[in-house]
Design a protein around this ligand. Structure first.
Ligand SMILES: C[S@@+](CC[C@H](N)C(=O)[O-])C[C@H]1O[C@@H](n2cnc3c(N)ncnc32)[C@H](O)[C@@H]1O
Length: 251
């Protein structure tokens, strides 16, 4: 790695850590990093490393690299600083989730914030979405996602307009399209709140379109429940789907 790239990585990590301290306070951030470090160490044990290879079938079937098993130690350390860990969505569950949407995908743009190596972008492309967008904080995962998008082959593929962006989800500008937003518990709560504020602003600026938000792995479910403009339309123990609504509209 070049000196410039390594300095940039260090700066990113410092920014993420000071962000965590600013938003969670010193004690909150310390607690968060202690828990994350314990998870990180547990992930290094032989049993956990073996278990991680359990998600590799998708890659064999499609000739891509989306598994979390081979994520480098350096990337895992950067994930730790960012407060988020890459793990790809399980294909069977992902298809159940898309089938649970109360509308057909046609005409909707699918957006995955925290898209990692892009497995959901590939899986979503087997549905007739109008456009598919991924947004990923870690450049190394985004670069792999771009390669995966270029090499993906599936007889089922129906959407070919797929892009991955290297960006903090908090800076992402939502397009004024009908949207299906997918979140596989990608961020700490303070990032999630900022993203939902941006989405609410986008909805207010073009309220005639439909927006659905899928939240997979319900860790910060209370944050969704606190949004008066989001109405839960489907829920299981693994995921929930919300629809953006004018809060005045009767249920
Ligand atoms: C649990 S993984 C989900 C990956 C993918 N969405 C999937 O379902 O297969 C969460 C991803 O969110 C990314 N992430 C964390 N914070 C982010 C942020 N602020 N902006 C963009 N991506 C972020 C992490 O690097 C990680 O790749």
């Amino acid at each position: 790695m070049s000196y410039k790239a390594s300095r940039r990585n260090r700066n990113d990590c410092m920014r993420w850590i000071s962000d965590a301290v600013r938003n969670q306070g010193r004690i909150g951030a310390l607690r968060h990093y202690l828990t994350a470090t314990l998870d990180f160490l547990r992930d290094l044990t032989p049993e956990r490393r073996r278990a991680r290879y359990g998600d590799i079938d998708y890659d064999f079937d499609h000739g891509v690299d989306t598994t979390w098993a081979n994520v480098s130690l350096r990337t895992r350390l950067r994930e730790l600083a960012a407060g988020a860990q890459y793990q790809a969505s399980e294909p069977g569950l992902f298809h159940d989730i898309i089938r649970a949407l109360p509308v057909p995908p046609d005409g909707f743009s699918f957006i995955d914030l925290g898209s990692g190596k892009g497995r959901t972008l590939l899986m979503a492309s087997d549905y007739p979405f109008r456009k598919i967008i991924g947004v990923e904080l870690l450049d190394e995962l985004h670069q792999i996602a771009r390669k995966n998008i270029a090499s993906y082959q599936s007889e089922q593929q129906k959407c070919f307009d797929i892009e991955s962006f290297f960006e903090d989800a908090r800076d992402f500008k939502f397009p004024a399209d009908p949207l299906v937003l997918y979140l596989f518990n990608p961020f700490p709560d303070y990032v999630l709140r900022t993203v939902l504020r941006t989405l609410a602003d986008s909805f207010r600026s073009a309220p005639a379109r439909e927006i659905y938000v899928i939240y997979h792995n319900l860790v910060h479910e209370d944050t969704f429940r606190a949004q008066s403009w989001l109405r839960e339309v489907h829920r299981t123990h693994q995921f929930a789907i919300y629809r953006a609504m004018n809060p005045e509209t009767p249920a």
